[in-house]
Design a protein around this ligand. Structure first.
Ligand SMILES: C[S@@+](CC[C@H](N)C(=O)[O-])C[C@H]1O[C@@H](n2cnc3c(N)ncnc32)[C@H](O)[C@@H]1O
Length: 390
């Protein structure tokens, strides 16, 4: 059996490669396309080894960066790197066979599986909503750049991922044009909306996926159905994090929320709550909250969608042990804090080992962003299992 040749465009931290590895597919990465310098470094740290990469002169590294049109900032402008940072991004980019900005690539490598989770900012409800019309120049219109890859290499399998809003009235016409084009190119496409919380990760993350199979190899694709939620957020919490919201904020949360006060009282009196409890010694019940100010309304055993936007996600809990010495007694049994970047990676299905590797090469704000941009690995595992192993 020959190895499956994977090419990940918009590769981020490589959830696709991670999923194939986890399910034991014999594959090789023939390249990636990525423009974010920090994501390139993290991808290399998680998936590859940069120590063998020979480092040429600074001028040659600059020429390489220019040719690939990397790295780009959030607005799409090229950043000119220097010194250690130039070398780090260069090493990483070479190690992972990055072809850089997809819109500038002329020749793509041969491949069997092409993945394209193109930027969602211009589509998502949370973003600017400028759409993905061809030629519009929006981030999401990078979808059309994938045509050249498919025309050139005719991969057997394609996998698209994006936010659910791609199927909304505003954007569906473009999605339909794309799907029809794939049909003309000889692909059968299977569209599905999957939520990570049904795939073993306590994360409410609904995304649209489309698997396209070249008709000459298509034998049908079974859409994964997932299962009832069988995990809880408390299994994903990093208990070594001691940070808490400032006391005045915690006090505010408790004072404003009558139902939280009742919950704390019930907890202290040993009265069971109707929601099954996931107790952690010392921390009591642990649950995820959307905003610190509306804890109980958004209380759940899974986290809200983790994004790259500045929308912080919180954990909270009621402890039966006294935690502080506040004059407002109920406050003493309540704690809350932001999710850590490690927890973000866990809630995207990456391991602590992956996180630790990336942590060595990039900084915390980027680790949050990279996780928020990625795909929950376990969802991909089930898609790839049905596509490649059945
Ligand atoms: C939604 S994320 C995909 C994340 C990825 N699926 C993962 O596993 O982490 C989109 C990625 O596309 C990258 N990107 C944006 N413009 C690009 C371009 N012109 N060429 C290649 N990649 C680009 C972004 O830097 C970002 O990492």
């Amino acid at each position: 059996m020959t190895k499956l040749r994977l090419f990940e465009s918009f590769s981020g931290i490589g959830a696709q490669a991670k999923a194939l590895q986890n399910i034991g597919v014999d594959f090789e990465s023939v390249g990636v396309s990525e423009v974010d310098g920090e994501a390139i470094k993290s991808y290399a740290a998680v998936h590859s080894d940069t120590s063998d990469v020979e480092v040429p002169s600074e001028e040659e590294m600059q020429a390489y960066m220019e040719q690939l049109n990397i790295p780009l900032d959030k607005k799409g402008n090229r950043i000119k790197l220097k010194g250690e940072q130039l070398e780090a991004v260069y090493r990483a980019s070479v190690a992972i066979k990055n072809v850089g900005d997809i819109s500038k690539v002329k020749e793509f490598p041969s491949m069997d599986l092409f993945t394209y989770s193109f930027p969602c900012q211009s589509i998502s409800f949370a973003g600017y909503g400028h759409g993905l019309d061809r030629g519009s120049g929006t981030r999401s219109s990078l979808l059309w750049e994938c045509e050249r890859v498919i025309e050139q290499q005719k991969p057997k399998y394609l996998l698209m991922e994006n936010v659910k809003a791609l199927l909304s009235v505003k954007h569906k016409h473009n999605f339909d044009i794309w799907k029809e084009w794939l049909d003309d190119m000889g692909y059968t496409s299977y569209v599905m909306v999957l939520n990570a919380k049904h795939f073993g990760i306590p994360h409410n993350r609904e995304r649209v996926f489309m698997v396209s199979v070249r008709k000459d190899v298509d034998t049908g694709f079974e859409i994964p159905i997932g299962r009832e939620i069988d995990v809880k957020i408390s299994d994903f919490v990093d208990y070594s994090v001691e940070a808490r919201l400032p006391m005045d904020k915690q006090r505010d949360i408790v004072r404003r929320d009558a139902s939280l006060q009742t919950r704390i009282k019930n907890e202290l009196n040993g009265i069971e709550h109707e929601i099954p409890k996931h107790r952690i010694d010392g921390l009591g019940q642990v649950y995820a909250t959307f905003r610190s100010t509306v804890v109980t309304n958004h209380e759940s055993w899974y986290v809200q969608t983790l994004t790259t936007a500045n929308q912080k996600v919180y954990l909270g809990g009621i402890s039966t042990e006294k935690l502080y010495d506040d004059s407002d007694d109920l406050v003493n049994y309540f704690w809350s804090r932001e999710l850590s970047s490690r927890e973000y990676w866990r809630l995207m299905g990456f391991t602590d080992e992956d996180y630790d590797k990336a942590f060595k090469v990039t900084r915390v704000p980027y680790l949050y962003r990279q996780a928020g941009n990625s795909i929950v690995v376990q969802v991909l595992e089930e898609i790839f299992t049905n596509l490649l192993k059945k």
